[in-house]
Design a protein around this ligand. Structure first.
Ligand SMILES: Nc1ncnc2c1ncn2[C@@H]1O[C@H](COP(=O)(O)OP(=O)(O)O)[C@@H](O)[C@H]1O
Ligand SMILES: O=P(O)(O)O[C@H]1O[C@H](CO)[C@@H](O[C@H]2O[C@H](CO)[C@@H](O)[C@H](O)[C@H]2O)[C@H](O)[C@H]1O
Length: 462
């Protein structure tokens, strides 16, 4: 065991227990922490007044299984103002510590250390760097952490590479690395090139901690672009979606084609299989609905109508499944000057690794994107001033979502041959399943937005 030169484990652990639940990437919101144990504490630097330790911590809960989180921590004897928002709370009681601990991924000096390690990997140690064949990581790249804290934390290095540090660590290979490798090796143009990944043993299993891929400079994510279009539309509610300056349908069409290309490449590389729709698909949807209703009681009112839709899907018999993206939405596509790229193949963070790696219908991804068009269209409506204005804006929002969903499906069909809308019963079941997931996601992360998926469930079941 390495002897910490800064805050000892037994003092740091309760500090982490109070700090973790407030992190955007903490996936167990709503669960009460009963204890935090440091599993790995790997020192990366230590000079007077400044130290960096890479931590893996196991978090125990009053109910439910423990989780492992990755926390690169910086320690400073004087904390600069810009790091204050990232600081851990002070230790319990008067322990006389001279150190402030903080999230190291928001400190340029700490990021430099990680960049250095990537460019000159050490041969041994508990944390291992794997470089993709033919990839060389150049030294001296300066890093910046991406503003939006999401499920994980991403750092741009020299505007050339993007290093994503997984926060919730599930023992095993992360599907993001796995899928980027498969698609890259198959020559897909629709994903960023994987350059390296970092592993360690967690619970005796080789586990992905981080991945490094090419950074798509000059790109914009689909969510930001779509919102620009919706904002213009809602400003002038008398104009139709095809009449405003920033009509998005052309982009939605190209996005649909890109998703179909990725699906086709995955099917060629990893195969497809037919399975009964009842055995796992609908059963899993029902289980999820039940669990979600316990978290968000408002779902009880719409649950019978949702079950009816699932029963219709169950009568379909057999469906074709394959590896898919698994958590596709507008925030998971990037528009480069050349094309749409799909990012973040990690799957839904709330699922187990086994569930995320399970083959599923391509329609799950299509449904994810349709839900996202619905989100983009509706989330700006919250502060409509009058009822009349609200209903006109609601009409325009639905029109926008329909126009872009249609264009997406047409683009998809142009590559796949099959139109996803011709499997409307299954598609709707997937849309509902996603909306149920979203209700729980929003309840835990953005309660103000819970009405978005709840409204969609009402529309999809009416
Ligand atoms: N290859 C890339 N090039 C440029 N930006 C990227 C790339 N991959 C991801 N991003 C940006 O980083 C953000 C986080 O990436 P993502 O993989 O979605 O992380 P998370 O798992 O935290 O949701 C995305 O919203 C996107 O804007
Ligand atoms: O962090 P991830 O990208 O893995 O995905 C999670 O967070 C998403 C929100 O950032 C969430 O997506 C939901 O909100 C989006 C708008 O912010 C919307 O476009 C999506 O349709 C909606 O599902 C995603 O579900 C969650 O897994």
């Amino acid at each position: 065991m390495n002897q910490p030169t800064t805050i000892p484990d037994h003092i740091l652990e309760p500090q982490l227990a109070r700090w973790l639940p407030e992190r955007r990437w903490f996936a167990a919101k709503g669960n009460t922490i009963s204890g935090v144990r440091i599993l790995l504490r790997q020192p990366l630097a230590g000079v007077p007044g400044f130290a960096v330790d890479h931590l893996l911590v196991s978090v125990d809960f009053e109910t439910g299984p423990p989780q492992v989180y990755q926390v690169p921590l910086g320690f400073r004897s004087h904390l600069p103002e810009d790091l204050v928002p990232w600081a851990l709370p002070a230790p319990d009681g008067d322990v006389g510590s001279e150190w402030f601990a903080y999230d190291g991924l928001h400190d340029a000096e700490v990021i430099d250390l990680y960049a250095e390690r990537l460019a000159s990997p050490q041969g041994s140690g508990p944390i291992r760097l794997r470089t993709a064949p033919g990839s060389v990581i150049e030294p001296g790249l300066k890093g910046r952490t991406l503003g939006a804290e999401q499920s994980n934390t991403s750092v741009v290095l020299g505007d050339k590479l993007l290093m994503k540090i997984f926060r919730l660590v599930t023992p095993g290979t992360n599907p993001d690395v796995e899928m980027h490798r498969v698609l890259g090796e198959a020559g897909s143009e629709y994903v960023a090139t994987l350059r390296a990944w970092i592993e360690s043993d967690v619970e005796g299993i080789e586990t992905t901690l981080a991945m490094v891929q090419d950074f798509a400079a000059n790109s914009a994510d689909g969510w930001t672009m779509a919102l620009g279009s919706v904002r213009d539309l809602l400003m002038e509610a008398d104009l139709r979606a095809d009449e405003v300056g920033t009509d998005f349908a052309g982009e939605s069409y190209r996005m649909g084609a890109a998703v179909a290309e990725v699906h086709a490449t995955l099917a060629r590389a990893l195969g497809t299989v037919d399975k009964a729709v009842t055995s796992t698909t609908v059963a899993a949807m029902l289980r999820r609905l039940e669990a979600a209703t316990e978290v968000v009681p408002e779902l009880a009112e719409v649950a019978p109508a949702i079950r009816e839709r699932y029963a219709e899907a169950e009568s379909l018999g057999s469906i074709t499944v394959q590896r898919i993206h698994g958590d596709l939405h507008l925030g998971q596509v990037l528009r480069t000057p050349e094309r749409w790229l799909l990012i973040d193949f990690e799957g839904e963070p709330a699922k187990t690794l086994t569930e995320r790696r399970e083959p599923d219908s391509r329609l799950r991804d299509v449904a994810g994107m349709l839900r996202s068009f619905d989100y983009a269209a509706h989330h700006l409506l919250a502060d409509s001033v009058t009822e009349a204005a609200a209903s006109q804006r609601e009409f325009r929002a639905r029109e926008w979502a329909h126009r872009n969903g249609t264009a997406f499906c047409e683009g998809y069909t142009s590559v796949a041959g099959d139109d996803p809308r011709s499997s409307s019963v299954l598609l709707r079941a997937y849309e509902l399943d996603k909306a149920v997931y979203e209700v729980v996601y929003e309840a835990r992360n953005r309660p103000r937005w819970m009405s978005l998926p709840l409204g969609a469930i009402r529309r999809l079941t009416s």
